[in-house]
Design a protein around this ligand. Structure first.
Ligand code: NAG
Ligand code: NAG
Ligand code: NAG
Ligand code: NAG
Length: 247
């Protein structure tokens, strides 16, 4: 019993170390009165976040998010399928509160599974013209612009905030093979472009925790031994509109 309290205390400390430049701790609401006898609410396992409806988020007002853990590491396509199977889409966060919620849930799941570092798939795809090994293109606009090089597939999240959350050196355009000699002669025949987005969960490393990183979409587990734990996709984030209920 004593040990589980210690574990909880540690969890709180670790969660606190997730630093993004805003310490607000506001709670989201899960239900909203729509009319006299209906209300909208998020399904079980999801938590609702209010968004300001506008053209950038397809007029979304309440959005339900869930951080899902997977029994084995998953590719981005499998993550998409899993979200769709429960009536959702692969989603991402629109603001600090949503990001913090995802990090908190994932950290809890990871701790249960004894995972110290890992990733979650989020919505996002590299734009077509930047899916290239042409270094000239990769080093000029829009491909070298953190705000333009990726787009969200689902229109119900305004991407403005999420593009400020790339890791310092992300998104790099290609990762693997991850051998020193490849840097000289890049790209190699077996190079692949990192066209999808993962969120790093690394509670002891506030520099990386909750930040975005690009990875090859089919890569459930990164092959490079050195980064394997951090780049391994143990889960994903599903999002959906609330359901209407009558009472
Ligand atoms: C922090 O969040 C609050 C409420 O969400 C917002 O009003 C404020 O502008 C944010 N501050 C920064 C620095 O992002
Ligand atoms: C975006 O909004 C339009 C107009 O309300 C709607 O027809 C469309 O289904 C929405 N797209 C999604 C993905 O919800
Ligand atoms: C947790 O992981 C560490 C490091 O991999 C290992 O030494 C330890 O035995 C694991 N504990 C449990 C309960 O699985
Ligand atoms: C987790 O990642 C951090 C850096 O992000 C590293 O210092 C640490 O050794 C990693 N831990 C494990 C168990 O891989």
């Amino acid at each position: 019993m004593k040990q589980s309290w210690l574990f909880l205390a540690l969890l709180v400390v670790l969660t606190r170390s997730f630093v993004v430049d805003n310490a607000s701790d506001s709670c989201s609401e899960e239900e909203e009165e729509e009319t006299d006898n209906t209300k909208v609410k998020c399904p079980k396992h999801y938590i609702g976040f209010y968004r300001t409806p506008n053209d950038a988020n397809n007029q979304t007002k309440l959005w339900c998010l869930r951080a899902v853990m997977s029994n084995e590491p998953v590719s981005q396509a499998r993550a998409q399928e899993a979200c769709e199977a429960e009536g959702s889409v692969l989603s991402t966060f629109a603001n600090f509160d949503e990001q913090k919620y995802i990090v908190k849930r994932a950290t809890k799941h990871f701790n249960h599974r004894n995972i110290t570092n890992g990733s979650l798939w989020l919505d996002g795809a590299r734009i077509d013209e930047c899916q290239t090994f042409d270094i000239t293109k990769q080093t000029s606009a829009p491909c070298n612009d953190k705000k333009q090089v990726f787009r969200l597939i689902d229109p119900r999240t305004d991407p403005k905030y999420v593009w400020t959350q790339w890791y310092r050196t992300s998104p790099t355009w290609a990762y693997y093979p991850f051998r020193t000699e490849d840097y000289v002669t890049y790209p190699t025949a077996d190079s692949v472009i990192a066209d999808c987005i993962q969120m790093w969960i690394s509670p002891r490393n506030s520099d990386r925790n909750g930040q975005l990183h690009s990875l090859n979409c089919d890569m459930a587990v990164a092959p490079a031994k050195i980064n394997e734990p951090l780049y391994t996709n143990y889960g994903f984030v599903c999002g959906r509109p609330p359901v209407l209920s009558f009472y």
